[in-house]
Write a protein that binds this ligand. Sequence first.
Ligand code: EPU
Length: 337
Amino acid sequence: MKLTCDAELRPYNSFGVAARAACLAEIHAGEDLEQAIELADSRDLPLLLLGGGTNVLFAGDFPGMVLLMRNRGIEIDRESGLVRIAAGENWHELVQICLENGLYGLENLALIPGSAGAAPVQNIGAYGVELESYFIELELFDCADGSRRVMSREDCGFSYRDSVLKQPRSQPQVVCSLTLQLSREPAPNMSYPALAEELKGIAGEPAPQDIFEAVCRIRRRKLPDPAKIGNAGSFFKNPVISQEEFEQLRNRFCSPPSFPAKTGVKVPAGWLLDQCGFKGYRKGAAGVSEHHALVLINRGGATGKELHQLAMKMRDRAFAEFGITLEPEVRIIGANL
Ligand code: EPU
């Protein structure tokens, strides 16, 4: 285990904001976790789990120990289509490796930044596919009592960008690895309108590689590359509103975009924020993408506090304008407003 005291967190969050942690432990093997937790216990430090740091905003420092998951390894069984992935693997590389091995299903989830271990925590989803459709089980380490256990799909309680692992706890639960069941037969999913549109030039049924490339093209057009412009993708979840609320929206705007949801109508938060005039908004170095009103960006040198203040202003404005409460998708750490 590599341990750093008074660690700078800028390299470990895709917003690229400066923040410090009392301690940072790089976890490469199972034993590293036990060792790190013992140390944190002895110094009375709270724990914070980080994978790729692509869905977190440090609005302030973290006065505890950050556990940085860096364990690697992918085991592929081409016959059964089962794939076991260590939590520290990069998600997009995994999607590519599965494709190269003739195992399909993850193409729509190409180019999602972050680590494989974080994927089940928020049930990552894009372009008509959610992780839960391919999920079999994960191995969990519970920092509260040092126990390990296996969790099935049912145990994880997946829903839209959510699982039981996302619930706040006094001590984190660490995903050490996950197992997915992929398909040996291409299983194209083109249900998402923007993806179908992107693929309409292809004669016949698109191959998994076509879908992979189309998703990469759409994402590159719409979403800033975190390696170049600090961001964490969608900042808020898309809210689900009642049919009556949706009718009110429809009276104001002739055809607001919407998707059916289990408990009502899902309206894109990006569209709501666009109506509020936030696309391309700037406040110092903190701002909003010119291409997508749901994506907060760090234009260089913005503080986490500035980005957080901007996010809260956007939330308040959307509420004042539409009476709809936006819930952050990004995990906010050290907020003290
Ligand atoms: N829209 C606007 N203005 C904007 C942004 C969007 O009018 O500034 C409209 C679009 O025209 C479209 C609708 O809103 O009609 C939906 O936009 P988009 O297709 O970009 O999808 P989204 O709902 O904003 C969700 C996920 C993304 C995922 C895409 C594709 C959430 C919160 N976000 O975005 O996930 O890539 O669908 O499936 O569910 C992420 O989680 O970080 C993320 C990027």
